[in-house]
Write a protein that binds this ligand. Structure first.
Ligand SMILES: Nc1ncnc2c1ncn2[C@@H]1O[C@H](COP(=O)(O)OP(=O)(O)OP(=O)(O)O)[C@@H](O)[C@H]1O
Ligand SMILES: [Mg+2]
Length: 242
């Protein structure tokens, strides 16, 4: 469903993504792990067109394009089918939790307000935030804000949801509630790519692990097998340090 081929990205003469191939199948939860600076965030940003890649091909469902020459229209089309949850919660401060989740529905999907409100409330309920629908982000904890951000990412009915360390800005006691929501989504068959330092989450919720180091994917495969017996010395050493 999501296929990336030969992705390359340099900053100046520093090549940080060195020709990587990524495959994400329908319903799969892919944990992307690896040392700091290995290019995990850059990879996600290239896939979501927040960063312009230097080379590569991307396919999402029936849409396929060269990642460099892709048109604005095609980018828009592909982004409509992706959800994003990043480290910083990025909610609109001047909108309530409900307003934040409704925004993609009324704006991008041009849904009428009543229908959007109903759907947004359903999504807030899913992440356990329906009781706080009328709160503004500033009145919510980090964990609550991140759960609203997850509801918002789901609003457009994406084919795949991309997460970049969704819990790393949270106090430890708030991490669990966000990971629980993510595990629930995983169990429901939501297709997810999750960059994470939470090995426990990767072990419990991921079907597949992508291990990155120094701009290269060294291993990509079934999660159980990876944790049981990584194939590369790099991955072994990385896991020992966790
Ligand atoms: N905008 C930028 N300009 C220049 N260099 C950048 C930029 N963004 C990232 N880099 C470099 O690209 C490399 C990969 O960074 P990236 O943020 O993708 O790593 P990461 O795997 O997400 O690390 P972490 O686990 O710490 O989040 C790093 O060497 C970083 O310094
Ligand atoms: Mg990162």
């Amino acid at each position: 469903m999501l296929e990336v081929r030969e992705l390359r990205k340099s900053f100046g003469n520093n090549e940080v993504i060195k020709g990587i191939d990524l495959d994400v199948n329908d319903g799969e939860v892919v944990a992307v792990i690896g040392p700091s600076g290995s290019g995990k965030t850059t990879m996600l940003r290239c896939i979501s067109f927040l960063e312009k890649a230097d080379h590569g091909m991307i396919r999402l469902d029936e849409h396929q394009s060269d990642i460099v020459t892709i048109s604005k229209k095609q980018i828009h089309e592909m982004r409509m089918h992706m959800g994003f949850v990043f480290q910083a919660f990025n909610l609109f401060a001047n909108k309530t939790a409900l307003g934040n989740v409704m925004a993609p529905l009324t704006i991008a999907r041009r849904m009428n307000t009543d229908r959007a409100r109903e759907m947004a409330m359903g999504l807030l309920k899913k992440v356990g935030m329906d009781q706080r629908a009328r709160y503004y982000p500033g009145q919510l904890s980090g964990g609550q804000q991140q759960r609203v951000a997850i509801a918002r990412a789901l609003a457009s009915g994406p084919s795949v949801v991309l997460f970049d360390e969704p819990t790393s800005a949270l106090d430890p006691e708030l991490t669990g509630e966000v990971l629980d929501v993510m595990k629930q989504l995983a169990a429901e068959g939501t297709t997810m790519v999750v960059v994470t330092h939470e090995m426990q989450f990767a072990r419990e919720a991921a079907n597949k692990v992508v291990f990155m180091d120094n701009g290269v994917i060294w291993e990509q495969g079934e999660a159980g097998a990876f944790f049981e017996q990584p194939k590369t010395e790099r991955a072994l050493q990385f896991l020992r340090k966790q």
